[in-house]
Design a protein around this ligand. Structure first.
Ligand SMILES: [Fe+2]
Length: 349
C-alpha cells in the first residue's frame, strides 16, 4: 500500500493506493490543490478510482466534484451527505475497495450528521470527529456533541490501542497519533463523562470558519457558479423546520401547502422517491423559475430535498424573494423514508 498526506498544511488530504494495480483513492481532497493531486497521480502512474469526503466540509471547498468530472473517479460519502453529486452512498459497516486496499466505514456522527471514519489494517482516518489532542467542533451544520462523544468513545476507542489516527485537520503540527494515546491523553474527552463533554463543548465559543459563506453551501449543493446567491447563515437559521410527522399531517389537510422538491430529477425519480403531489424545481433553477410559484407567495410552501439541507437553502432564498410562509422538511426524504411515509416513483431495489 502506498500512503501519503498530500497537502502539508493544517488541512489534510490522504492518498492511499495499491502499488501493484496502480489504483488510488483520495480522502478529503481540497479544491485549491487539484493540480498538485493530478501531478502526483501522473508522476506515480496511479489511476484515481475513488474520492471520499469524510463529511460536508465548512472550512474548505471540496475537490470532489471537480476531480470526479476530470478523472471519472467515483465520489463516496455517507448516506446523510446532502449533496446530489455522490456516486456511492455508504453507511456503517460498508467497505470501500480500491485494488487490494479495503477501508471499513465507521459511521461517526457528531461533528456533522454525515461524518464517517475509515478503518484499514493498522490505521483509521477520523475526519473531524476525533483530532489529535482535540475533537472537531459540534456547534453548527447539524453537529451534536453527545453524538460525537458516543462516536469517539464507542466506535473509535473500541479499535485496538495501537491503531494509528489520521485526522482531517491538525492545527499544532502533528501528523499522526494512536487510539491508545487519544484515549489516555486527549484533553477534550479523556476521563470525561458524556454530560461533562457536552457541557465543555457548549462552553467553548468557536469562531465561525473564515470562508464558511463561500464554502459550506457550495459543498452542500455542488452549485458554485456565480448565478447562485446563497442566503446568509442567519437567514438559514430562521427557516422554520417541520418534522416529517407535521408534513405528513398536511397531506390530508383540506388546503394543502405546496410541496416543493428541490433535488435533481434523477433523485426525484430515484431510490428515495418523492412525496405524492410534490412539484420538482431543482435548487439550481429556483431563482430563474420562481415565477412558476407566484400563486404561492402568501400561501404555505414546504420545501423538500434529500437530507433537509439544500431545501433549507431554498426556503431561505424563497423567503428572501418575498414568500411569506415557507418551511422546510427536516431531515428530508431520508427521514421521510425512515418513517415509511408515502412515496412515489421509487425504483425497485
Ligand atoms: Fe469539518
Amino acid at each position: 500500500m502506498l500512503f501519503q498526506e498530500l497537502n502539508g498544511t493544517k488541512c489534510k488530504t490522504y492518498l492511499i493506493a495499491d502499488k501493484h494495480v496502480r489504483k488510488a483513492l483520495l480522502i478529503d481532497p481540497v479544491k485549491e490543490n487539484i493540480d498538485r493531486y493530478l501531478a502526483f497521480l501522473a508522476y506515480q502512474k496511479l489511476n484515481l478510482e475513488a474520492l471520499v469526503d469524510t463529511h460536508t466540509h465548512a472550512d474548505h471547498s471540496t475537490a470532489g466534484f471537480e476531480l470526479q468530472r476530470l478523472t471519472g473517479a467515483r465520489l463516496i460519502m455517507h448516506r446523510r451527505a446532502p449533496v446530489p453529486r455522490v456516486d456511492e452512498h455508504v453507511d456503517d459497516g460498508d467497505t470501500i475497495r480500491v485494488g487490494d486496499v479495503t477501508l471499513r466505514v465507521l459511521y461517526t456522527p457528531g461533528h456533522t450528521p454525515d461524518s464517517i471514519s475509515l478503518y484499514t489494517a493498522d490505521r483509521v482516518f477520523t475526519g473531524d470527529v476525533l483530532l489529535i489532542g482535540g475533537t472537531g467542533r459540534a456547534d453548527f451544520a447539524g453537529g451534536d456533541a453527545g453524538q460525537q462523544y458516543d462516536s469517539i468513545t464507542q466506535k473509535l476507542f473500541s479499535l485496538p490501542d495501537e491503531t494509528l489516527v489520521f485526522p482531517s485537520h491538525d492545527y499544532r503540527g502533528n501528523t499522526q497519533s494512536t487510539i491508545g494515546q487519544e484515549k489516555r491523553h486527549n484533553p477534550r474527552i479523556s476521563g470525561r463523562t458524556r454530560k461533562e463533554y457536552i457541557e465543555l463543548m457548549n462552553s467553548i465559543k468557536f469562531p465561525l470558519p473564515e470562508k464558511i459563506q463561500e464554502v459550506l453551501q457550495p459543498n452542500q449543493t455542488a452549485l458554485d457558479d456565480d448565478r447562485t446567491a446563497f442566503p446568509a447563515l442567519a437567514e438559514l437559521n430562521q427557516v422554520r423546520q417541520l418534522a416529517p410527522e407535521e408534513v405528513r399531517a398536511y397531506l390530508d389537510a383540506e388546503h394543502k401547502p405546496l410541496l416543493l422538491d428541490v433535488r435533481e430529477p434523477d433523485e426525484y425519480q430515484g431510490e428515495l422517491g418523492h412525496i405524492p403531489g410534490s412539484l420538482l424545481i431543482p435548487l439550481g433553477e429556483l431563482t430563474k423559475r420562481v415565477d412558476e410559484l407566484e400563486a404561492y407567495k402568501d400561501r404555505p410552501v414546504i420545501v423538500i430535498c434529500r437530507a433537509g439541507v439544500r431545501s433549507t437553502t431554498a426556503a431561505a432564498i424563497l423567503t428572501g424573494l418575498g414568500f411569506e410562509h415557507v418551511s422546510n422538511l427536516k431531515g428530508g426524504m431520508l427521514d421521510w423514508n425512515d418513517k415509511k411515509f408515502p412515496v412515489e416513483a421509487r425504483t425497485p431495489s
